[in-house]
Ligand binder design. Structure first.
Ligand code: GDD
Length: 332
């Protein structure tokens, strides 16, 4: 039997690399869209994919070019497409706003339009986000909660979500959106708070730093484990009908909780090292967001497994290992 062909945008990100592994293990032929510069220096730009490079096929294309996306889709003719690529840092800086909005919306639109014209039977997954809820009116948030995004990134994702719904309803495409709450792992980018903390702990243990500067320690998030979240994406495309699903743990933790566990797992007292820095505070950011994933549990049979504390410890251990520092034996 011919292998199913899956196309992943954002394949070199945290989620893309886990998803590529999952799809390879499930017998897919995996194609990844990357920027052309990524192919020129794969060891620097495609670090997370290095162990997979001989098993996946990379196609250079920019999400900013309709012609580039159209040609890539025409060449690959995927059975399934996972659209993960986006400017994804929730920036509150004005100078990023225009490019975040146009790239994220156009990229999604170009992809949907190309698939509709070339392979309308392709099943499509869109990476939505809890940032779409923004200043939500209810807690926890589910698929019926009104979107009130507070960031340009959140606004761009609401627009993408609506494009997906329209392509599903107008053209009958099997297009689904996951509304994913924060999800972390040792592969998380260093700009996000969790990885900033765990790599900071490793640097302190290695003697390369003596403080860690953070923003609001009282900020709360619903943090899950990324590898489990990509499995939810795959499950959405297995359903007879396309739909939207919240993917979350349903548990809130503060940045301070994360910090405390991360430092304790390395035998360190966090209060000696963590400095709050106004530069990392975000004014008017989303309130604490907490997801209700009962629809995903009921229909997809999906549920989060790894506990918060276990995940934090694993992230610290992975950062220590990659820096060649040993964790104190009795830490924790
Ligand atoms: N990045 C960062 N750096 N965040 C900090 C810091 C800091 O020094 N100090 C406190 N925080 C707080 C932020 O204010 C926020 O409340 C929380 O930590 C998490 O911030 P991030 O890790 O940057 O993630 P995010 O919640 O803004 O967005 C992530 O999750 C979304 C939901 O899945 C990103 O992955 C988004 O792309 C994603 O949509």
């Amino acid at each position: 039997m011919e292998k199913k062909r899956a196309l992943i945008t954002g394949v070199n990100g945290q989620d893309g690399s886990y998803l590529a592994e999952l799809l390879l293990a499930r017998g897919y032929e995996v194609f990844g869209l990357v920027r052309r510069v990524g192919l020129e220096a794969p060891e620097h730009r495609l670090g997370r994919l290095l162990p997979l490079l001989d098993r996946i096929q990379l196609q250079p294309a920019s999400l900013e070019s309709y012609a580039g996306i159209f040609n890539a889709v025409a060449k690959i003719r995927p059975d399934e497409c996972y659209h993960l690529a986006a400017a994804s840092f929730v920036s509150y800086e004005f100078d990023d706003e225009f490019s975040t909005l146009t790239t994220n919306i156009n990229g999604t639109h170009y992809l949907l339009a190309s698939l509709k014209d070339l392979v309308p039977s392709c099943r499509f997954y869109f990476a939505g986000t809890s940032e779409m809820f923004g200043s939500a009116e209810e807690m926890p948030q589910n698929e019926h909660t009104r979107f009130r995004p507070r960031s340009i990134y959140g606004i761009s994702k609401v627009a993408g979500f609506e494009l997906v719904r329209n392509y599903r309803e107008r053209y009958g495409m099997h297009a689904s959106s996951g509304i994913l709450f924060n999800h972390e792992s040792p592969r998380r980018g260093h700009e996000f708070v969790t990885r900033k903390i765990t790599s900071g702990v490793a640097r302190i243990l290695a003697g390369q730093a003596n403080e860690l500067r953070l923003g609001n320690l009282d900020a709360e998030r619903d943090w899950g484990f990324a590898q489990e979240y990509v499995d939810a994406m795959w499950r959405m495309l297995r359903q007879p009908e396309p739909d939207d699903y919240v993917i979350a743990t349903g548990r809130l933790h503060s940045v301070r909780d994360f910090v405390r566990i991360a430092f304790a797992s390395a035998g360190l007292d966090w209060e000696k090292y963590v400095v709050t820095d106004p530069n990392f505070f975000r004014s008017g950011e989303s309130v604490a967001l907490c997801g209700d994933a009962s629809k995903a549990r009921r229909i997809l049979g999906w549920e989060p497994r790894k506990g918060f504390e276990e995940m934090v410890r694993e992230m610290v251990a992975a950062d220590c290992e990659s820096m060649g520092v040993e964790l104190p034996a009795a830490a924790g």
